[in-house]
Write a protein that binds this ligand. Structure first.
Ligand code: ADE
Ligand code: ZN
Ligand code: ZN
Length: 301
């Protein structure tokens, strides 16, 4: 009995020492889902309202982190929050999108594809055989995760989870800095510690500074596996061997260019890192929200 207690204490201590986090933090997901919900057309807004649990009071942002809360109940869903490359700055579906047992498609890009397909069964004549409330919550969450640069990171450091650095004076792992700390510091410094202020600021940028790029963010290209339905069948077969997902490709590129750069084990990250990386975080949150809305608007016609 004593040995079990010691073992338990050791396991808990290890978990506290080396936390492996799995998502943008609560605020990151809240921001993505708020931006998305505000951009829905009437039909899509009605369907989202119908699918949301009553307790959410028609606020998608309030349940956007649900997928993180059920990771232990739905153990199978844990690997669906991220994708790792073999320490290279490009992403390939066949090479990278598998879980630890090698099962193909079990990564965040595969999950985005899978839940797109589930949501497409809405309103089908025979009725959907999926739980579409859960599909919407998983989908909205994974669209956020795939835009967190270190959710498409290197396998050897688990997307920065094993890289210990300092965030100003506090010890922290690099993954957590991108999930939470950059957003938290921005909220404290610029928005009175208020997530609503950050949402407003990003939304203003979407209609001004980034207005020219929004069309491109929304567009489905042949490199985007979530657009499977709009790719002509013949082309689908031809490109099957080289299936890419634009979101994950952009993610690993940003991870290499911005997240890992200047953040080796033991670094102290402060204003120089924060101020140069915050625009990347803001852009990724905006892209996730814009794309989530565009896809729901497209499918929930
Ligand atoms: N666990 C292993 N790799 C991970 C990643 N890239 N993001 C989050 N959790 C992980
Ligand atoms: Zn997640
Ligand atoms: Zn994470």
């Amino acid at each position: 009995m004593e040995c079990c207690r010691v073992l338990m204490i050791a396991i808990v201590a290890l978990m506290l020492l080396f936390p492996v986090t799995d998502a943008w933090g609560i605020d990151g997901h809240d921001i993505v889902c708020n931006i998305a919900q505000s951009r829905l057309n009437e039909a899509a807004a009605d369907i989202v309202q119908e699918l949301l649990p009553k307790s959410a009071e028609n606020d998608l942002g309030s349940v956007c982190s649900w997928a993180d809360q059920v990771k232990f109940r739905y153990h199978w869903s844990s690997p669906l929050h991220y994708v790792n490359t073999p320490d290279v700055c490009n992403y390939n579906f066949e090479r990278d999108c598998k879980d630890d047992n090698g099962e193909q498609g079990r990564c965040v890009a595969g999950a985005v594809q899978n839940y797109t397909k589930q949501l497409l069964t809405i309103g089908s004549n025979e009725g959907s055989s999926y739980n579409l409330t859960e599909a919407l919550l998983f989908y909205s969450h994974f669209m956020g995760d795939i835009h967190q640069p270190l959710h498409a990171g290197f396998a050897s450091d688990k997307g920065g989870n094993t890289i210990e650095v300092h965030w100003y004076t506090r010890k922290q792992n690099l993954h957590h800095i991108w999930d939470d700390n950059i957003i938290e510091t921005a909220e404290e410094r610029y928005y009175n510690s208020n997530v609503a202020g950050m949402i407003d600021a990003i939304q203003k940028n979407i209609t001004t500074e980034w207005a020219d790029q929004v069309k491109d963010w929304e567009s489905c290209s042949y490199t985007d596996t979530t657009c499977a339905d709009v790719i002509p069948r013949l082309l689908q077969i031809q490109i099957k061997r080289l299936v890419l997902c634009r979101y994950a490709s952009e993610g690993i590129q940003a991870a290499c260019d911005w997240a890992y750069k200047g953040a080796a084990e033991g670094s102290v990250l402060k204003d120089e890192y924060f101020l140069s990386r915050l625009p990347i975080v803001n852009t990724r949150l905006a892209q996730a929200g814009v794309r989530l809305a565009a896809i729901l608007n497209h499918y929930f016609k």
